[in-house]
Design a binder for this molecule. Structure first.
Ligand code: GAL
Length: 714
């Protein structure tokens, strides 16, 4: 072919391409403004199920509209949607300096730019590739906007890895032989998404800051969940084959050892059969379930039950569920189609009669994530017609929604565990956990949970040494669920006597911090502010993202590559506490302090301002820092969280020199009466002269009496 022909062909080809894009773009319609700072665009004819539909989100539009009106955050022309046969190809702009966070629960990295993610609900396999327990298709940009793709398909997201020949910001072509700056990953100016479907919804959020965007995403999903007060206390999951008496004896041991315990988890052995399950109490280990649950409740301890969704052929529920289940079995159990109202009704009635009505306080919903070789395959079919791929992406959401409703109808708050979630899950009473057990990676997962409306627990199971046990216990106390999950090892909080005092100390500190933690969750519920905040969402944090030169390697990686330095091991727990966990073996660590003065939580001493400090890792302490003017309300350490109506004295700590302001939330801690206005917000503030003020701003449910101030840095 000669040059002229080639050129004509190229022109024709690009014209054809442009026309196709134009045509489909015209069909897409405009962005619809859902609330201040939130826009939605629907593409194609909606069919089947999507993530937000499965989660039955109830956007908090009033709350969103309290935020200022905003402009659409991107150049609309640079958002391109095209349809290729049975796929949608989406394209969003990306600036040179922009960083991208989110896309769900990841364990090793925080910065998403420069990678490709196949978002697929799965067990986490050790690589941040998108296969994870909660592959939420929502990302937030350092520029202060966010994008959600509401589709229950397996999406592929290219975050700043692709370059189009017509990209406005073209990378320079360099000669690898001679140019030092040659890079195997040339600059990309877009995020591209493949949706293997003909319909999807895009929701765009704009905010004053990345934190503001995450708030709006959470509010759009219905606001975060407000756990019952007991849910924020301590929990222990007993050995799977324990009997009722062994569990009761265990709770007595907790009391004798002076270790806090608010709820206890029973693992598969509470059922007469599991994997597949019956949801029937085992008559030998638990002959009188009602009496057992009541005996625990009389001691002030709640019961949480493990389950997986797969129903055994010998289960009472089997016959009713069979016609409502999918074509394939999992561990020889049937897979109920929980998109159907009838299926939910069958389960709910059974659960109500045998568990809920006898006082069981919640569930651990296991095995709803992966592995591929265990779960139903993509060839499975379901009676509702929802296909297997979509079912996989939403199954965790469906179960969470059903259980949340059951407890809501009873006007009783629950708090449990789940192993899979997705977009829209913020309002559900569930914390994600998994079987992967790397302390460092658990902290990175905790950080990432804050970008995506998820709650995660870096649970403690067992440890090789007392030091590791203590370090893990210190971390779990600064997470949404303080849990020891000893279903297999039977390890007890006091199993390492050499560190028992330190372990107990930190557990009691968690109990002391309950007013702070509860108010932090109220901010999540009412305002969408995530309780665990990645540093990238903190005002005054200067991203340490910097590029470190990689090596030129002639086997694994024949390219010299720049790798990004990330901050994977510190976060904010609520507004005022900076947590810098220490891992076994570590004797010192770096802490990146955002702008402003920072103080040591334990002593009130000044530690630095907007800088990187090197600290010594004391065994008995998890490093905690408070921002200037930070206020932390505490109660005396109890072995249980305060019950409905129980009054506690309040110690209010103030750190630094600046005037402080903290909104203390309270309600009955157990029911949903706060939805009817039965709660209070109290402003705790100080002025320059170290004088503390307590002013009620709203409501009158207030379970504190005897208020004292402590000025830690005076
Ligand atoms: C696992 C789960 C564990 C434990 C166990 C019981 O799948 O992740 O936490 O519940 O099942 O068999």
């Amino acid at each position: 072919m000669n040059m002229k022909n080639l050129l004509t062909l190229l022109i024709l080809f690009s014209l054809g391409y442009a026309c196709k894009e134009e045509k489909t773009r015209a069909n897409i319609g405009d962005w619809e403004e859902m609330a201040h700072g939130v826009w939605k665009r629907s593409i194609g004819e909606k069919e089947g199920i999507d993530l937000l539909g499965a989660a039955k989100i109830r956007p908090k539009l009033d709350k969103l509209n309290e935020h200022a009106l905003m402009e659409f955050p991107m150049d609309q022309d640079r958002i391109v949607v095209s349809r290729e046969k049975n796929k949608l190809l989406l394209r969003f702009p990306l600036d040179r300096e922009e960083q991208i966070y989110g896309l769900g629960l990841h364990f090793k990295t925080v910065n998403r730019r420069g990678n490709v993610y196949d978002l697929h609900v799965d067990h986490y396999g050790g690589r941040d590739d998108g296969r994870t327990h909660a592959p939420v298709p929502f990302y937030v940009s350092s520029k202060g906007y966010g994008v959600l793709i509401n589709s229950a398909r397996y999406l592929t997201v290219y975050v700043g890895t692709t370059v189009r020949t017509d990209s406005p910001d073209q990378p320079v072509a360099r000669d690898r032989n001679t140019d030092e700056d040659w890079n195997p990953r040339p600059l990309s100016d877009m995020v591209e998404v493949v949706v293997p479907d003909t319909n999807a919804e895009i929701v765009v959020f704009n905010g004053d800051s990345p934190l503001d965007v995450v708030r709006k995403y959470n509010l759009y999903s219905g606001g975060g969940y407000l756990p019952p007060k007991w849910g924020l206390g301590f929990t222990y999951r007993a050995h799977t084959l324990f009997s009722a008496n062994e569990v009761l004896d265990l709770t007595t041991a907790f009391e004798e050892k002076g270790f806090p315990l608010d709820y206890i988890g029973l693992e598969p052995g509470w059922m007469n059969r599991s994997y597949p399950c019956s949801y029937e109490w085992d008559p030998v280990r638990f002959p009188e379930p009602k009496k057992f649950v009541k005996a625990l409740l009389d001691k002030g301890i709640r019961t949480n039950l493990w389950m997986n969704p797969y129903i055994a052929p010998k289960a009472e529920l089997y016959d009713a569920m069979l016609p409502l289940s999918g074509s394939h079995s999992v561990w020889s159990g049937i897979v109920p189609d929980y998109t159907l109202g009838e299926t939910k009704k069958v389960f709910s009635e059974f659960y109500k009669k045998n568990q809920l009505d006898i006082g069981v306080s919640g569930l651990k919903i296991d095995e709803v994530d992966g592995y591929d070789f265990w779960l139903w395959p993509d060839t499975a079919t379901f009676p509702s017609g929802v296909d297997a791929e979509q079912m996989r992406q939403v199954y965790g959401l469906l179960l969470q929604e059903m259980v949340a409703e059951l407890y809501h109808d009873k006007n009783e708050r629950t708090y449990g565990l789940v192993r899979a979630s997705n977009a829209g899950g913020s309002r559900f009473p569930f914390v994600i956990y998994n079987d992967y057990y790397k302390h460092e990676d658990f902290i990175t997962a905790l950080i990432n949970s804050g970008f995506s409306g998820l709650l995660w627990t870096p649970e403690v199971r067992s440890s090789k040494t007392g030091e590791e046990w203590l370090r893990r216990m210190q971390s779990v106390c600064f997470s949404p669920m303080a849990m020891i999950n000893a279903w297999s090892s039977g390890t007890l909080p006091w199993s390492y006597p050499e560190v028992y005092d330190e372990v107990r100390e930190i557990a009691l500190l968690r109990m002391r911090l309950l007013p702070y933690i509860y108010s932090t969750f109220a901010e999540y519920h009412f305002n969408g502010t995530p309780p665990v905040r990645p540093m990238q969402l903190v005002e005054g944090f200067v991203s340490q993202a910097q590029f470190i030169e990689g090596a030129l390697d002639d086997t694994k990686n024949p390219y010299k590559m720049a790798t990004q330095r990330e901050l994977l091991d510190q976060f904010m727990f609520g507004e005022n506490l900076l947590v810098a966990p220490v891992f076994a073996g570590q004797r010192s660590r770096e802490v990146v302090l955002p702008k402003g003065d920072w103080y040591d939580f334990y002593t009130g001493e000044y530690v630095g301002a907007g800088e990187i400090i090197q600290i010594e890792a004391k065994l008995e302490e998890i490093p905690l820092f408070v921002r200037d003017g930070g206020i932390i309300p505490l109660i005396p350490a109890g072995l249980r969280s305060p019950r409905n109506g129980e009054k506690s004295p309040l110690e209010i700590r103030h750190y630094g020199k600046a005037e402080g302001n903290f909104m203390l939330y309270d309600d009955d801690g157990e029911t949903f009466d706060y939805e009817k206005g039965m709660f209070s917000w109290t402003r705790l503030s100080t002025d320059v002269g170290f004088k503390g003020n307590v002013e009620r701003e709203q409501g009158d449910i207030f379970n504190y009496e005897g208020i004292s101030w402590r000025f830690m840095s005076k």
